[in-house]
Design a protein around this ligand. Structure first.
Ligand code: NDP
Length: 433
């Protein structure tokens, strides 16, 4: 009630809190000592909202709004990405920050949860403008972050290049090297091998465990992956390596159907030149583009890897009608609550984002570890650890689903329950702080 009263218009955040509380209720029956943790868990420790002034290529001064929500530091430094997108507001950042607290707990790493970003569309900025924007953003952010305080990474619209610029400005301001203050850096600045791939690869590793539970695998499976950004492209790559066919994908401007399989290298090249999936389809004789959701296509596995609220009831019903086995959220919150009900009622496996896409932040924690020890691990080494982390996260989530909700396939409630248990134990151990 306090959450709803304090910020009445934060619908995404409220929906997420409601869902988490439903999952947590049976845990409190077994652990009544964690009851007082709930109210504190729903209130961020700190919310920072700031002005980001910058000068465009025509000499005009522009202003955006920056955010950093430091949600929970019970398990370790706040950790979570920075999102640059026009849709970023406090509701979005609080929703993502709340998710991040549970997600980070599920990785088994010692990291708290946070999230940030700005309401800017990086696609509309020239390279010079974007660098100036990042520097202005970092000038304020620098006062609030650090290797043992808060460690931001990338998210939508923020990749290694932008993290490099933000870290560069941070380094100038603090006057020393501190690579552990940011993750997702370019390799030359101490970025971990496999960090760019980690979220997409990890999502596929998690999906493989879900499929194995049903006696199925990706070999020969038809897979739709939405988005064609960082998470989506690496998820596609891993699906194909496992013998699956990516029959459809999308971006913010439309979707593509290609029954014989999307050519990921070509798609990556076109997106790298700021092209669209429609531009991609023009170059492929077997591909057709359109404006409908990619999830209306026939598929066995659906991996929404673009953004929140992509799958509503229409898409969910189409997936059910087409006999889809599994929907696993590579993105944060892509399946609307009502669509999840449709999938659940039809017995379609559902993997929640806080578990499925936790591979990215898990490798970010490995990057912090490498930076602290002045080490560099090989891609193979990081991949082995990532596979183990995703497998352990799957076990944790499945076991909590079974224990607290009577169903090992209830990964959504299981993820909330398992994440809560770890954070609640840490918060209780710290006393009322
Ligand atoms: P990117 O910015 O690299 O890619 C996002 C992709 O989604 C782009 O292709 C974009 O299209 C597309 N997109 C945006 N809006 C829509 C829409 N309404 N319909 C269809 N496609 C759309 O972001 P990431 O790949 O990094 O992130 C994707 C999701 O994964 C986000 O929810 C993010 O929070 C989550 N995530 C990311 C992690 C990471 O390590 N990067 C870690 C954990 C979660 P266009 O190309 O036209 O802009």
């Amino acid at each position: 009630r306090d959450v709803l009263r304090r910020d009445p218009h934060q619908e995404l955040f409220h929906a997420d809190v409601r869902g988490a509380l439903r999952s947590i209720a049976p845990v409190l029956v077994e652990h009544p000592e964690y009851t007082d943790v709930v109210g504190r868990l729903c209130e961020p420790e700190r919310v920072i909202v700031f002005r980001v002034p910058w000068t465009d290529d025509h000499g005009r001064v522009r202003v955006n709004r920056g955010f950093r929500v430091q949600f929970n530091s019970a398990l370790g430094p706040y950790k979570g990405g920075l999102r640059f997108a026009p849709t970023v507001d406090l509701d979005v950042v609080k929703f993502l920050g709340f998710e991040q607290v549970f997600k980070n707990a599920l990785t088994g790493q010692d990291i708290g949860g946070g999230k940030g970003g700005a309401d800017v569309d990086p696609k509309e900025l020239s390279t010079g403008e974007l660098m100036r924007f990042c520097q202005s953003f970092a000038t304020e952010l620098a006062q609030h972050v650090g290797a043992t305080i808060d460690v931001p990474a990338g998210d939508m619209g923020v990749g290694p290049r932008e993290i490099g610029w933000i870290y560069g400005q941070y380094q100038r301001l603090v006057g020393h090297h501190e690579p552990g203050a940011f993750t997702g850096k370019p390799a030359v600045l101490g970025g971990s091998a496999l960090r760019p791939e980690a979220t997409g690869f990890g999502a596929v590793y998690f999906t493989q465990r879900m499929l194995a539970e049903q006696g199925k695998d990706l070999d020969g499976a038809r897979v739709v992956v939405s988005g064609s950004g960082n998470v989506a492209l690496f998820a596609m790559e891993k699906v194909i390596a496992a013998g699956g066919t990516v029959v459809g994908c999308s971006d913010s401007r439309g979707s593509v159907s290609e029954p014989d399989g999307v050519d990921v290298d070509l798609l990556r090249e076109i997106k790298g030149q700021r092209g669209s999936v429609a531009d991609y389809a023009e170059k492929r004789s077997g591909a057709t583009s359109g404006s409908d959701s990619a999830f209306l296509l026939e598929c066995d596995v659906a991996l929404p890897c673009a953004t929140q609220n992509e799958i509503g009831t229409d898409e969910a019903r189409a997936l059910v009608d087409h006999g889809c086995w599994v929907v696993a959220e590579g993105a944060n919150g892509p399946v609307r609550p009502e669509a999840r009900e449709v999938l659940r009622a039809a017995g379609v496996g559902f993997g929640p984002g806080k578990a499925v896409n936790s591979g990215g932040v898990a490798v970010s924690a490995l990057e912090m570890q490498q930076n602290a020890g002045r080490e560099r691990w090989t891609a193979e080494d990081v991949d082995t650890r990532l596979q183990q982390i995703m497998s352990d996260a799957y076990d944790r989530v499945r076991d909590a689903g079974e224990r607290y909700h009577g169903d090992p396939a209830d990964l959504e409630n299981g993820a909330n329950a398992a994440g809560f248990l770890r954070v609640a134990e840490a918060m209780t151990s710290l006393g009322v702080v």
